[in-house]
Design a protein around this ligand. Structure first.
Ligand code: BGC
Length: 762
């Protein structure tokens, strides 16, 4: 509906009606205004399926929702690195929403996986903001192409469940910009989600719900967001302040309590009525965008979407290790072991929990193959070794040619609302894997989990598949990959550290009471492990294939650019094996020399290419200013420091195949103010400052400075070399000239010179 028409409706509303529109009618609906024909719209949880609740509403996944299709969770969809595929999944979700009358699906959730312990990591995408933003963007694009809205969440810095409703995430400006905001930024700017959900927590002391800095200045003024901001369920802190800060819709309903506060504030002159109008306009804009584009023909075809869920899952399973064992021969005697072969763990607990219309396990898919035996091996309701189950599993493993253990994290380990307390798998499962590997050299482990786990048995097994939480069709995808009917093509969107203590946030995670400091700064995930050159279990971007790829011919469109230009980077990728396959080509950028502390390299682009055996394709990326910039806290903007940058193309953050160096020149001059505390080294570094001082050589102050310097140098030369002297002088502040000059130069005269200098270099 046109803006004018929406404004006409708002003009006809009473203040009470307007305040009412700013909160839900119940758990899942916006309010209708019947006398003016304003409809109510429904929102429902996602993000990897539809959790539409018909009866009792709740935000913890406790009550039932309609039968739906559970697609792979964010952890898996990110691992696909396949934007088109995830957009297709989004289209299916959008269509389901149209069929079910849902105006907005609540997701995607792009919070950075700061620590392997976060209970909701399975819903989240990556430790890297580019991957999170691009993959979430793909989902948004798909859903919204069906005229259904998304709600990118949880904005902002909500990276733990522990005390999530009160905790303050203490994050410095540069880290917020480069990591935590960046995860949202690309998706918001490029794909324009209809709504954004603010998080429960505080950011540097201010609740996300009333944080004008992020809800309005960054989100709207900088990124151009034009939908409505909705509170996470129950995130409203102080309704009137929240509204003014940019929180438009409160969910769920406060039963009128908070609406009343809005009315009173307007009447008392504490809140401008325009602020209420503004929120109404944003909400109605989305209500009508959906209502006017209803697809009455849409059908929720669960079986069809199940097949798509299987296709998506095929690209979300990462082949972590393969010592020549995979793919398995379909005709051989194989033992399928582990509870998750029969009942896969395919989703996590909480508000994203889908009531799946059907679930396909690996065993379901191989039903009818007599060469496959099964033993449960473990229970997952408590971590207790069951010797009888173990013995049975060992027995069938011993008799077979190969064993596949379907293991992972039980439900109780990964859920919304609380975090994990360690990175281990249940002992009973570790013990099972150990005992099987002792009797069966051809052992493969298939893992079902949403976040990294420690693998004490990593060297004892020949193959490992990370199936993540792959949705209701994961069983089929796993079997297809195990037997080589599908070539694995997923890559890790996060690092698997050797042990929890290696994680950069380890010392500070969860924080102290209601304060959690992000002291590792921008060094999240591989940004830390790579800088520290640490051993990891599996690096960021890692994932094997049944075929091989060769990279060649890395070319750039220019070897010297400014930060106003873009550079095209091309590389040829060839499938040199005998099976068709997909490769995720990763482009990292490294600033060779920097005056700010930066990661060793950062992912700046990626692409997935599909190649037949023998086929070559050229992948071309385009990099602009952002690929070379860091966030400068003096100018509060992205800044490129002139110098050489390395472009690194590879198969993971630890497997760089080709590289090229280019020169990038920054065109923005940083403001400089020289003071008495400026060191001589810093002063002389700036050619303009050096020149100015030279031109002042005749100036008595400067010559006395120079004389002092020479005298000092001569005197000291007997004891130390000239180089040492120069090195020491470098860090001497101008102020020191006053102290060492024996009064030859006055403070006023020196300040006068500095004043002139500052004028010149402005
Ligand atoms: C979760 C959100 C969810 C909402 C509604 C909250 O507890 O954090 O992700 O969309 O509930 O169920």
């Amino acid at each position: 509906m046109e803006r004018e028409k929406i404004r006409e409706i708002i003009a006809k509303l009473t203040l009470e009606e307007k305040a009412g529109l700013c909160s839900g009618a119940d758990f899942w609906h916006t309010k209708a205004v019947e006398r003016l024909g304003v409809p109510a719209t429904m929102v429902s949880d996602g993000p990897h399926g539809l959790r539409k609740q018909d009866l009792e509403g709740d935000h913890l996944g406790m009550n039932d929702s309609i039968k739906a299709v559970c697609f792979p969770a964010g952890c898996g969809t990110a691992a696909s690195f396949n934007r088109e595929l995830i957009a297709t999944m989004g289209e299916a979700l959008g269509n389901e929403c149209q069929a079910e009358g849902v105006s907005v699906i609540l997701g995607p959730a792009v919070n950075i996986k700061r620590s392997p312990l976060c209970g909701r990591n399975f819903e989240y995408y990556s430790e890297d903001p580019l991957v999170a933003s691009e993959m979430a963007g793909a989902l948004i694009k798909g859903v919204q192409s069906k005229n259904v809205g998304t709600s990118i969440k949880h904005f902002l810095a909500n990276n733990q469940e522990h005390r999530r409703m009160t905790s303050s995430s203490e994050v410095d400006e540069r880290t917020l910009r480069e990591i935590y905001l960046a995860a949202f930024e690309g998706a918001v700017v490029k794909e324009k989600p209809w709504t954004v959900m603010c998080s429960y927590n505080r950011i540097n002391g201010v609740y996300a719900a009333e944080n004008e800095e992020y809800l309005t200045k960054v989100l709207r003024d900088e990124w151009g967001f034009d939908g409505y901001v909705v509170s996470d369920w129950g995130a409203v802190n102080a309704r009137v302040e929240d509204l003014a800060a940019g929180l438009d819709l409160e969910m769920p309903s406060s039963n009128g309590v908070n609406d009343k506060l809005i009315v009173e504030a307007v009447k008392a002159g504490a809140l401008k009525e325009e602020v209420v109008d503004r929120a109404c306009e944003r909400i109605l804009n989305i209500v009508y965008r959906y209502e006017e584009n209803r697809d009455k023909t849409a059908v929720f075809d669960r079986d069809k979407d199940h097949e798509l869920a299987r296709k998506v899952a095929e690209e979300t399973v990462v082949l972590l290790k393969n010592d020549g064992i995979l793919p398995l021969k379909e005709t051989e005697e194989i033992a399928f072991i582990g509870k998750y072969a029969k009942a896969p763990r395919y989703q996590g607990g909480g508000s994203s929990h889908i009531n799946s219309h059907k679930v396909t396990s690996a065993l379901d898919v191989v039903a009818g193959m007599d060469n496959i035996t099964f033993a449960q091996g473990f229970n997952d309701n408590e971590d207790k070794i069951d010797e009888a189950l173990l013995a049975e599993a060992v027995e069938i493993a011993r008799k077979a040619k190969a064993a596949v253990i379907f293991a992972g994290l039980p439900d109780a380990f990964e859920s919304e609302g609380f975090d994990r307390s360690h990175m281990g798998m249940p002992n009973c499962q570790n013990e099972l894997i150990k005992r099987i590997a002792e009797v069966q050299p051809n052992t493969v482990v298939v893992l079902h989990n949403g976040s990294p786990v420690e693998m004490p048995w990593v060297n004892d097994v020949k193959g490992i598949l990370e199936a993540y939480l792959g949705g209701q069709a994961i069983g089929g995808a796993c079997v297809d990959i195990l037997f080589g009917r599908v070539n694995p093509s997923a890559k890790l969107p996060e690092t698997f550290p050797v042990k929890l203590e290696d994680n950069p946030s380890y010392l500070y995670y969860l924080g102290e009471k209601d304060k959690v400091e992000y002291r590792e700064g921008v060094f999240v995930g591989y940004r830390y492990y790579d800088k520290k050159k640490m051993d990891v279990l599996f690096p960021f971007g890692h994932g094997l294939s049944y075929t091989t790829f060769e990279y060649s011919n890395l070319t750039v469109s220019s070897e010297s650019i400014t930060d106003q230009d873009t550079v095209k980077v091309s590389v040829d990728v060839k499938n040199t094996g005998s099976m068709a396959g997909k490769e995720v080509v990763q482009l990292y950028v490294a600033d060779k020399v920097s005056t700010v502390i930066r990661p060793a390299k950062e992912l700046k682009e990626f692409a997935k290419v599909d190649l037949q055996p023998g086929e070559t394709k050229t992948v071309t990326f385009e990099l602009g200013k952002r690929a070379f910039a860091y966030w400068n806290v003096d100018i509060h903007d992205w800044h490129v420091e002139s110098g050489e940058f390395e472009l690194l193309v590879g198969k993971s953050s630890r497997e760089i195949i080709l590289s090229k160096t280019i020169q990038v020149t920054g065109t923005v001059k940083l403001p400089t103010t020289y003071t008495l505390d400026t060191t001589l080294g810093d002063l002389m570094e700036n050619p303009a400052a050096a020149e100015f001082l030279n031109s002042m050589r005749q100036n008595s102050i400067f010559s006395s400075m120079a004389e002092q310097q020479e005298e000092a140098t001569e005197a000291a030369q007997e004891a130390i070399s000239k180089e040492m002297m120069m090195a020491m002088m470098k860090y001497m502040p101008i102020r020191a000239m006053l102290s060492f000059g024996g009064g030859a130069v006055s403070r006023e005269a020196m300040l006068d010179v500095l004043g002139k200098l500052n004028e010149t270099v402005k």
